[in-house]
Write a protein that binds this ligand. Structure first.
Ligand code: PEP
Ligand code: MG
Length: 863
């Protein structure tokens, strides 16, 4: 168990405090109580607790346990540390608090101080925010809190640099400052790839100690992202942490703790060692793509067509434009080392600024995936291994550009040589960011003059390359490296450009200007299309464009079948900005607001005000008559949130996800529910819970909404559930007695019904939501809803599949919620149908043997 560590540094001591409670760290200024926010009670930090136990943050003497049991004051060599649970909790007069220590007792770090009844206290107190402050502020020289999620008794929460006597605090356990951890098993399943490595490096950088990760006879600088990744540590591997320096003990403990935590990547980042055929990762949303023929990627067919991986859908004809990185010519020898070092530092600072600008622009464009890529580049710019190497070259007489290029290329080469494809991908990032600094050093920008109608071809395209492209001149992207999860794929999809990755390298020797057909659905490049081929592509594009414009022109009309049956067509959205696009495509509301977007790519959960503002702005964009169904946070499974600290699970898809996860974190859930309720008067807001499997979950979640609604004094809003489990579908009649509506999440309902992982590319061709077993569950759900006059929507990808629409209408679904661009097409499809025929189609489909048979039935009956 780590202890309080006091380290003398030039007349000062440092006191390290562990987190006294597990939860999310909140800066003191954000505590809605001036006593704490204005530091009147002392300086420190707050934690939004995820647990009911308060432990000692260090070895200390208990100076006082408050009469009301909600606060404990500890004494560490005269320093007073107050732990205060909740706001206004003194008014509870001890109700719900169970102190386990007494005044005058000596406690060890991690020892239990008190327990509290989270639910009871949360219901009656203003907040559960727990403050940890040092009241003798005059003794604080500097205070370094950490951010994110912390685990009680394990993670360092706060480092306090003290003014004055070096010997006032207990001595450090490691007098020479050299400390080695016991062997640590790396908990992240995918090992120390980019994201976990970044967390380890960031943790190490909080300390002054020199820290190394040791694996067998190899070692890495724990402060260096690149160095850690190059150690090639896999999930379950054992490493040792060695530290030397003043705060080595705390540093080693903190890094070891991080290594023992599952830090696997959040959505949007590339999964580790993704196989090249990851193209159909989201098989549900691109069902057609995964049904295409499958010659191996990276080869050429007998007809000369070059094959790769479908990376972004669509088809394009254009001319090859090779994007190459011309070598910058630099002087090898430098002037004064100090001058060269300064030049390098200012170029790095300039690159930082450029990246910051790009990040802001992309975030403002609601493009968090791409913004995150540039954030990762900023991280690489701070990599001590690269910086140290460059500085060493400069000291040896090299010019800044030469030193820098040597440093980043040698590190990139090291990554390139690794077995792991994800780490090899990071070599591209390092070269990209390295070139950015180099251009800044030699005063050159890299203009890209691209001809119109280009198919951009490269070994790999960096985010900077694509950001610099004139997008109006690009028809498609094609790379010999990468996969469907590489940056180029993410960027192309964001730009709506077709793309093929991992294509036969022979594409690089095609002459510039060669006319090719790039098919992002099939993952092919045809280098010699016949006039007939080109004509067919052009006809397909023209027909598509013409159909789209016809559908758009009629988009404001309701979706009423030929025989007068009305179906609501609404949209799925995942960003505030998207709300405003819905009315323009004829969307009659939002059937699914995936609220996860608010929680991703950040270190802590958004607070109530921020959430309320976001929901309100979507509600206002939709106006008073369009429904806005807000789904509460649906993370876990394939959508981890690093700061939520979910324990490693053998089967995450069957583990703590959806409503199960939020029910287990009442403060997080309550904050979101309150924000939704506060936004509800701004529009026609409804709330629904994801992944409901039991009546108990539903009732607990609904009760929480009702409690908060009464507390806030707002009018009732519809409360519904997502039907994504067979349990919810089969018990639909029971749920319908209490729930206001159902929205069927066919993506999950299909994966759970067929027991096929929706993210597994090899299963993609079979994970068909038109499987009759899924259809029977939909039928059952509709029947249950009808018995109590409830409505049923579909918000899975099936709602946007033209072949599914006749079946869904025939099954009696009231609402279809599809991605925004699909709304006009869904409406047009409904208008082309007759309810009576759809009922017949549905009846036949329910009796079919598999999804393929259902598709045949639909094709036969409806074209
Ligand atoms: C679904 O499961 O169908 C659904 C709409 O939810 P998500 O895709 O966000 O899991
Ligand atoms: Mg789902």
């Amino acid at each position: 168990m780590p202890e309080a560590i006091a380290v003398p540094t030039a007349g000062r001591s440092t006191l390290t405090l562990l987190a006294p409670v597990s939860g999310v760290v909140v800066p003191l200024d954000q505590v809605p109580d001036p006593v704490f926010a204005q530091r009147l009670a002392g300086d420190g930090v707050a934690i939004d607790p995820l647990d009911d136990q308060i432990v000692a943050p260090c070895d200390a003497l208990v100076r006082q346990v408050h009469r009301a049991g909600h606060a404990v004051t500890l004494d560490v060599a005269g320093l007073e540390i107050v732990i205060h649970v909740g706001l206004d909790t003194v008014l509870l007069q001890g109700d719900g608090f169970h102190p386990l220590v007494k005044t005058g007792q000596q406690v060890r770090a991690g020892e239990l101080l008190l327990r509290f009844d989270v639910d009871a206290v949360a219901r009656r107190a203003r907040s559960l925010l727990t403050e940890i402050v040092v009241s003798n502020v005059d003794r604080i020289a500097a205070l370094r809190p950490r951010s994110g999620t912390v685990v009680a008794g394990r993670d360092v929460l706060l480092e306090i640099e003290l003014v004055g006597a070096d010997d006032a605090l207990p001595p450090n356990g490691a007098p020479d400052g050299a400390v080695t951890s016991p062997p640590v098993v790396v908990a992240s399943r995918t090992g120390l790839h980019a994201r976990p490595a970044a967390v380890v490096a960031a943790t190490a950088r909080r300390f002054a100690a020199d820290l190394r990760l040791l694996r067998g006879d190899r070692e890495a600088n724990a402060r260096s992202l690149v160095s850690i990744m190059a150690l090639e540590v896999g999930g379950g591997d054992t490493v040792t942490v060695a530290g030397r320096g003043p705060d080595a003990a705390a540093a080693v403990a903190a890094v070891a703790a991080v290594l023992a935590t599952d830090l696997d990547a959040a959505p949007g980042s590339a999964p580790a060692a993704a196989p090249p055929d990851d193209a159909a990762r989201s098989g549900q949303s691109t069902p057609r793509m995964s049904r295409e023929s499958t010659a191996p990627a990276g080869g050429a067919r007998a007809d000369g067509v070059l094959r790769g991986v479908p990376a972004s859908p669509g088809i394009a004809v254009g001319q090859i434009f090779h994007m190459r990185h011309d070598e910058v010519v630099v002087e090898e020898r430098g002037a004064e080392p100090a001058q060269e070092q300064r030049a390098l530092e200012s170029a790095i600072a300039a690159a930082h600024l450029q990246l910051e600008g790009l990040r802001h622009r992309l975030s403002a464009e609601s493009d968090p995936d791409h913004a995150a890529i540039f954030a990762a580049h900023q991280e690489l710019l701070e990599d001590p291994e690269v910086l140290d190497r460059a500085a060493a070259h400069i000291r040896a007489g090299a010019s800044a550009p030469h030193a820098w290029r040597q440093a980043y290329t040698s590190q990139a080469d090291r990554l390139q040589a690794l077995d792991n494809s994800v780490l090899r991908g990071r070599a591209t990032d390092l070269r990209d960011v390295g070139r950015r600094v180099l251009h800044s050093l030699v005063g050159e920008s890299a203009p890209v003059d691209i001809p119109p109608e280009s198919i951009v071809v490269a070994e790999d395209l960096t985010p900077s390359d694509t950001a610099a492209l004139d997008r109006t001149r690009v028809r498609g992207l094609c790379t010999t490296m990468g996969s469907a999860t590489s940056h180029v794929a993410i960027l192309a999809r964001g730009l709506g450009l077709p793309a093929v990755a991992g294509v036969d390298p022979r594409v690089l020797s095609l002459a510039a200007g060669t006319r090719v057909v790039l098919d992002g659905d099939r993952g092919t490049v045809d280098p010699a299309p016949s006039a007939g081929d080109e004509a067919r592509v052009a006809a397909r594009q023209a027909a598509d464009a013409e159909r789209r414009s016809r559908e758009l022109a009629a988009a404001m009309e309701p979706a009423t079948t030929r025989d007068g049956h009305r179906v609501e067509v609404v949209a799925n959205i995942g960003a505030v900005k998207e709300g405003a696009r819905v009315p323009g495509v004829g969307g009659e509301g939002v059937g699914l607001l995936r609220s996860e977007f608010l929680f991703m790519d950040r270190r802590t959960a958004p607070d109530e005000d921020e959430q309320a503002r976001s929901y309100e702005s979507v509600a206002r964009a939709l106006g008073p008559d369009r429904i806005l169904v807000i789904r509460t946070l649906d993370v876990g499974g394939d959508k981890p949130l690093p700061y939520l600290d979910v324990a490693a699970e053998a089967n995450p898809f069957l583990g703590e996800r959806g409503v199960r996860l939020t029910l287990a974190r009442p403060e997080l859930f309550r904050t979101q529910v309150r924000a939704i309720l506060r936004a509800s008067p701004a529009g026609k807001v409804a709330i629904m819970f994801p992944m409901i499997a039991t009546l108990a979950e539903w009732r607990e979640a609904r009760a929480l909404v009702e409690r908060e609604r009464e507390a806030l004094g707002v009018a009732p809003i519809p409360i519904g559930i997502m039907v994504e489990t067979a349990a919810a579908a089969l018990l639909a009649e029971r749920f319908a007695r209490e729930a206001d509506f159902f929205s069927i999440g066919t993506n999950d309902l299909t994966q759970y019904t067929l027991a096929m992982d929706r993210t597994n590319p090899r299963l993609a061709p079979q994970v068909d939501a038109l499987h009759p077993a899924v259809l029977r569950l939909i039928e059952h759900t509709v029947a249950g809803a009808r018995a109590h006059g409830r409505w049923v929507g579909i918000c899975g990808a099936l709602a946007g599949d033209p072949q599914a629409i006749p079946v869904l209408v025939g099954l009696g679904v009231d609402e279809l919620s599809a991605d925004i661009p699909l709304v006009p097409a869904v409406k047009a499809r409904v208008r082309s149908l007759a309810l009576a025929e759809c009922r017949e189609t549905a009846r036949e489909a329910l009796a079919a043997g598999d999804g393929a048979e259902v598709r045949e039935i639909v094709s036969r009956r409806h074209g």
